[in-house]
Design a protein around this ligand. Structure first.
Ligand code: INI
Length: 156
């Protein structure tokens, strides 16, 4: 495929200004997602002084705060980190659905890459597995996706 023009993004975070928007709800999980994301950003060249952490109450509040940050034009990309864990009522479904729809909509309307690091789990064990154990760290994956998407957009 060497003859085909290809647009791709490098995993270089040098000089990127990033806001990590993270929930306080389930912070015993979310703090590990933040740690993974920070480590990933710095390993890929970001400076700690260019990273801002914004805490929000829960996943439902992620879209509004991401929108405000995106509109501020102070950041090249955002990370939305949180953990929604199913309970006994349908609350889980509403929170997951609104948070994911809202974040996707902001990406499209504001043209700001947002790494989607919101865990949506049936059990606490599933969340622990995705916050730096068996199933990796979804904060890291969200950070990588955000860096790559910023760079892809720059190359178009
Ligand atoms: N918010 C979360 O981030 N995770 C959850 O698991 C959760 N549950 O299960 O209730 C949750 N609810 C709070 C919600 O996001 C809002 O903060 C709240 O409804 C106030 O607007």
């Amino acid at each position: 495929m060497e003859d085909i023009r290809t647009i791709a993004g490098q995993l270089k975070a040098d000089a990127l200004r990033v806001a990590i928007v993270a929930t306080r709800f389930n912070d015993f999980i979310v703090d590990h997602l933040i740690g993974g994301a920070l480590d990933c950003l710095v390993r890929h060249g970001a400076s700690r002084e260019n990273i801002t952490i914004v805490r929000v109450p829960g996943a439902f509040e992620l879209p509004l705060v991401c929108q405000k940050l995106a509109k501020s034009k102070q950041f090249d990309g955002l990370l939305a980190l949180g953990a929604v864990i199913r309970g006994a009522t349908p609350h889980f479904d509403y929170v997951c659905s609104e948070a994911s729809k809202g974040i996707a909509q902001i990406m499209l309307t504001q043209e700001t890459p947002i790494g989607f690091g919101l865990l949506t789990c049936d059990t606490i064990d599933q969340a622990i597995e995705r916050a730096g154990s068996k199933a990796g760290n979804k904060g890291v994956e969200a950070a990588l996706a955000m860096i790559e998407t910023i760079r892809v957009l720059e190359n178009i």
